[in-house]
Design a protein around this ligand. Structure first.
Ligand SMILES: Cc1ncc(COP(=O)(O)O)c(C=O)c1O
Length: 441
């Protein structure tokens, strides 16, 4: 089929399509697969019970029930009005942000929000001064690579990123060594030529970071905010795993917002990925832009997720679920995975990124004689799915013989959401395959 340039760009295989295909195939497979790949949240019974209770109550009233109302009517393009009002109250109750309903828009998952935001703030810009029109190409600045795979390939003009490679420091975790942490390299960042010529349209980071579980410190965030302010560009914070929900974040850090900031939340990681609900908190002009784009792309965002989630936010049940159930659940999963990994690979050069949040471990196999792309294939042949690191460098040509970055071929992302069998068997197989690669290439 002869597709447009846009069509060709948006239909070619990408890191995201591979991860989502692996995930869908594994969930359908008749054979047990050790799914340590995609970003599906775990099934947590106590959380699902809360969803089920609301789901059943939404049907009360039969044909005149809230469920039928949500199914049979579009919302405004901005999103379900009742849920937006609830969110305004919720955020103002917990933070000193003084939001109004002009500060919130809903999207079909936060992936949908990133498609809008990256296309609003990067690509081709035109300015007219008198008779003259000048055009500039602007990029999204990712201050700390590696970053979330889903940012790449969603800009309609083609990929436009400036990514800054991290400082790597050795750290302890719970008194044990064998861990490292990425830090923003502000020397490199502050001296980027692109910053001076203002070819950056926005700064974006996930916090906690997918894939590494890193949490940028309050100081790092303050410095990024100051850079955004100096250049009058938005600081987009992807809070898919952060506080106050699902709150899979361990260091004691602050979540801040002002009109320079665009905060993106998601209901997916509390356990509702199928309902595709994202929340954008931003200045009114950004919210109006998201509203307008929703109208064109979707007419309106899905209502059912909003209506189902609404009662959880009205009385802060979402906070209790996050603090008392979701966060401890993932903390325990991380501890088990680390113990299994140390058992399977403790005597190799493996290093683990300090787990500070999200639902992944980022493993660094220093000087592994094969790429982790090849490691992915060998593990897949043994029914074990992980994600190789090369996908997590949006905008970086990791194979470039000059600027190539070996580290980007030495890591894998491993999900910690699997059940006990998956974790045990998957990690045992990773241990065998990695040891064999270190020994024989
Ligand atoms: C960091 C991050 N941002 C955004 C998303 C998109 O999530 P959703 O579209 O389900 O809200 C994900 C999903 O894995 C993610 O990990």
């Amino acid at each position: 089929m002869n597709f447009s340039n846009f069509g060709n760009r948006f239909t070619k295989p990408t890191g995201v399509s591979q991860i989502m295909d692996d995930l869908g195939d594994a969930l359908r497979s008749p054979e047990p697969v050790n799914l340590l790949g995609g970003g599906n949240p775990a099934r947590i019974e106590a959380v699902n019970e809360a969803f089920l209770e609301i789901y059943q109550s939404l049907g009360e009233g039969g044909l005149h029930s809230p469920a039928i109302d949500a199914i049979t009517n579009y919302s405004n393009p901005q999103g379900d009005a009742g849920f937006i009002d609830t969110l305004v109250d919720f955020f103002n109750r917990h933070y000193d942000w003084q939001l109004t309903r002009d500060n919130i828009a809903l999207t079909n998952g936060s992936q949908n929000a990133f498609f809008y935001l990256f296309n609003l703030f990067s690509g081709q810009f035109s300015e007219t001064s008198g008779e003259e029109e000048t055009t500039t190409q602007k990029a999204i600045l990712l201050p700390l690579a590696p970053e979330y795979v889903g940012y790449e390939h969603i800009q309609v003009d083609g990929n436009r990123f400036v990514a800054v490679m991290p400082e790597i420091i050795e750290v302890e975790h719970n008194g044990e060594d064998g861990f490292f942490k990425y830090k923003v390299d502000f020397d490199a960042l502050e001296n980027l030529p692109e910053l001076e010529t203002v070819e950056i349209g926005a700064i974006c980071c996930s916090r906690p970071t997918n894939p590494t579980g890193n949490v940028l410190t309050d100081d790092e965030m303050a410095r990024l905010h100051a850079i955004a302010k100096r250049h009058d560009i938005p600081l987009i914070i992807d809070n898919a795993y952060g506080e106050p929900f699902p709150n899979i974040i361990y260091p004691n850090v602050r979540l801040t917002w002002d009109e320079q900031t665009i905060l993106c939340f998601s209901l997916s990681k509390i356990g509702m990925p199928g309902l595709r609900t994202g929340i954008v908190v931003a200045s009114p002009d950004v919210v109006r832009a998201v509203d307008a784009m929703n109208a064109l792309v979707n007419l309106a965002p899905t209502r059912f997720g909003a209506v189902l989630a609404n009662p959880l936010f009205v009385d802060d049940q979402i906070v209790r679920l996050s603090n008392d159930i979701i966060k401890p659940f993932y903390a325990e999963k991380v501890a088990t995975a680390i113990e299994l990994l140390k058992g399977a690979l403790g005597d190799t050069p493996m290093r683990i990124h300090k787990p500070e949040g999200a639902m992944f471990l980022w493993l660094w196999f220093k000087d592994l004689p094969i790429t982790t792309g090849e490691l992915y294939n060998r593990l897949k042949a043994r029914q074990t799915l992980v994600v190789p690191s090369e996908h997590f460098y949006p905008g970086v040509d990791t194979d470039d013989p000059v600027g190539g970055y070996r580290h980007a071929h030495e890591c894998i992302r491993m999900s910690i959401t699997g059940d006990e069998r998956t974790q045990k068997e998957g990690i045992a197989i990773i241990g065998e395959v990695v040891k064999e690669a270190y020994a024989n290439g």
